[in-house]
Design a protein around this ligand. Structure first.
Ligand SMILES: [Zn+2]
Length: 173
């Protein structure tokens, strides 16, 4: 099933695909490249720093990211794997394009080493101890059906309860 990239849109919680464990991408072909290009476009339009395939309705292990840090290019990560977590657990405010209106402090390890495949089918390894490391972990979570709702503190859960309820209500209407 080749999706039509132009029709892809960012889905909001509680879309069921956001809770599924995504499947590895097979060969990196034209349809994967077209989906990735559309995802980068949607990410930029929404002024986000990352977008995972399940957020556009595709249960694929693929995400795109650009942390906006100096000189950071748009990158596509196919079948990413986190090789190493290092450093302290650091709290930082996160939002999610699938959870409009919701922001929460999330504690994550500071330094990450990640390996993934690019759109040429080549494997690459990157390390970050900046915002990018955080974006990788957030987007990687999406591939396992994990959302910031699962990682926020009880206080933030209480503070965002109304916004979450509103999202669920608007999905049901
Ligand atoms: Zn997200």
């Amino acid at each position: 099933m080749a999706p039509e990239p132009a029709k892809l849109q960012i889905l909001h919680y509680p879309a069921p695909v956001l809770r599924r464990k995504a499947e590895p991408v097979g060969a990196v072909d034209e349809s994967v490249r077209a989906v990735a290009a559309r995802m980068l476009e949607l990410m930029r339009e929404a002024e986000g720093v990352g977008l995972a395939a399940p957020q556009v309705g595709l249960p694929w292990r693929l995400f795109v990211a650009n942390s906006g840090e100096e000189g950071e290019p748009d990158r596509v990560y196919v079948n990413p794997r986190i090789l190493e977590y290092a450093g302290d657990l650091v709290p930082h405010e996160e939002g999610c394009l699938s959870l409009p209106g919701i922001r929460a402090q999330v504690r994550r390890p500071e330094r990450i080493t990640l390996v993934a495949t690019d759109l040429e089918g080549e494997t690459f390894t990157l390390q970050s101890d900046g915002l990018l490391a955080r974006v990788w972990q957030h987007e990687y979570d999406h591939l396992d059906g994990i959302l910031i709702l699962d990682r926020m503190s009880p206080i933030d859960r209480l503070a965002t309860r109304r916004a979450v309820k509103e999202l669920m209500a608007s999905a049901g209407s």
